[in-house]
Design a protein around this ligand. Structure first.
Ligand code: GLN
Length: 446
């Protein structure tokens, strides 16, 4: 009730939620109370949370912040939704996001932009901007996010939160509406590392309904939070500290790294020489995959359908023309072009080769260091509207996060400090399945 009340008061201004599921939340809370009375409650029983509106929720609208799915009620729960419900957590509602998770500012949503609670003239980041704003404004203690190129970490940085993108394959993608299937990964967004560990414990694990899910034991992510960082080897990629990084963010990151040295870590400069390939590689791979994934929104099976179609082609064209926003259309066009006959080798295949080079850079680095650190985003939160006319400027907001998705590695953003009243996050990148270490490092910093 406390959180529902806060949502009622503040959501009008922040626009963090697309749907609030008050009735079922109160029913779940009552069920939790009963479990406490019966002494059958688990660790997370009764704790409220919110889901990004990209996860299918049975009987509840699942819009992906698109007009295309404005009236879509999912017939089943995503695995992540199922697992979180089974833990006893209570869903408060579905959070706003960029349309189909395409964006870095939450300004492409069909339901309007989300505002950053630290300064409501500024963006919360994206695409999981609704989840970030909801936690930062204490409308929910925790939320799910998804990260294809930075969408958990960048909004966490801009809203002073802890956000973790797990290793590709750690968390099931079943029922999570696909943007770029080879990059998408769900993860926790919380106020601190301990909460992230608790939520990741519940979200992780093999799922036979997701063919890219990895069959591997899930450790207890809370078990190592208190380990000492004595001897931890930190690598600082010189490519993450060059031109484009705002000086006030650089200062915050430098101070955070000094703090790790005090905690017993050693620091060395490393190089990830193919970093400059990340944005162009991503903006071939992600649009190519999204153009394929979004072809299912054809006005026939589900989603928006235009009025009085003349014939099948008219049905496709007008339903898609009316249902998708500009950024989604831009990506579909780029992706369709990149995949078309005669261009595949020049673009998609080439991008896959670059992707391998980027992964190899990281593997080489992890021979010498345990974790890699740097800024999560090049700047603090920018003003609403500042980058909406310049897609390339918007794409650069993910310059430090995208490589991790291309390589499939886990990455995390943690609150590192403030400049002019605005937060900036420190990014910690680990080797495959090293989430427990990332959480340990994050917890020790707090
Ligand atoms: N901002 C990036 C994009 O627009 C990443 C989005 C994401 O991680 N979902 O594609």
């Amino acid at each position: 009730q406390h959180f529902l009340n806060r949502i009622k008061t503040h959501n009008v201004n922040l626009n963090a939620f697309i749907s609030v599921t008050e009735e079922s939340a109160l029913a779940q809370a009552a069920a939790a109370d009963k479990q406490f009375a019966d002494k059958t409650a688990g660790k997370l029983t009764g704790i409220p949370m919110a889901h990004k509106d990209i996860f299918c929720t049975k009987g509840v609208r699942t819009s992906c912040a698109s007009k295309m799915l404005d009236k879509f009620v999912a017939p089943y729960d995503a695995t992540v939704v199922e697992k979180i419900a089974a833990s006893g957590m209570v869903m408060l509602g579905k959070t706003n996001m960029d349309e189909f998770a395409m964006g870095s500012s939450n300004e492409t949503s069909f339901y309007g932009p989300v505002k950053n609670p630290w300064d409501t003239e500024r963006v919360p980041g994206g695409s999981s901007g609704g989840s970030a704003a909801a936690i930062a404004a204490r409308l929910a203690p925790a939320a799910t996010g998804t990260d294809t190129g930075g969408s958990i970490r960048q909004p966490s940085s801009l809203c002073n939160l802890t956000g973790l993108k797990p290793t590709y394959g750690r968390v099931s993608r079943y029922g999570m509406i696909a943007f770029a299937s080879s990059l998408d990964q769900a993860g926790p967004m919380t106020a601190n590392a301990e909460d992230a560990a608790l939520l990741l414990n519940v979200m992780s694990g093999f799922d036979e309904r997701d063919s890219t899910s990895v069959e591997r034991d899930v450790p207890d992510y809370t078990a190592n939070l208190n380990d000492s960082l004595q001897g931890l080897r930190i690598g600082l990629p010189k490519e993450y500290f060059g031109e484009g990084l705002a000086p006030e963010v650089a200062e915050i990151i430098d101070a955070a790294i000094k703090q790790f040295e005090k905690l017993g870590a050693t620091v060395k400069e490393i190089s990830l020489p193919n970093t400059s390939l990340a944005i162009p590689t991503y903006y071939v791979v992600a649009p190519a995959e999204c153009s394929s994934n979004l072809s299912r929104m054809d006005g026939v099976r589900f989603g928006h359908r235009c009025d009085d179609p003349k014939d099948l082609l008219d049905l496709y064209q007008r339903s898609r023309g009316e249902g998708f926003g500009d950024e989604v259309k831009r990506r579909i066009m780029i992706g369709t072009y990149a995949l078309s006959a005669g261009y595949y080798d020049a673009y998609y295949l080439k991008a896959q080769k670059c992707r391998r080079l980027i992964s190899d850079d990281f593997q080489q680095a992890f021979e010498e260091v345990d974790v890699i650190m740097g800024p999560t985003a090049p700047t603090t939160a920018f003003k609403l509207g500042d980058k909406t006319d310049d897609p390339v400027a918007m794409y650069l907001a993910d310059i430090y996060t995208i490589n991790t998705n291309l390589a499939g590695l886990p990455g995390m953003s943690i609150p590192a400090g403030f400049a002019n009243g605005l937060p900036a996050g420190l990014q910690i990148i680990g080797n495959y399945f090293d989430e427990a270490r990332l959480l340990n490092v994050a917890h020790q910093y707090q």
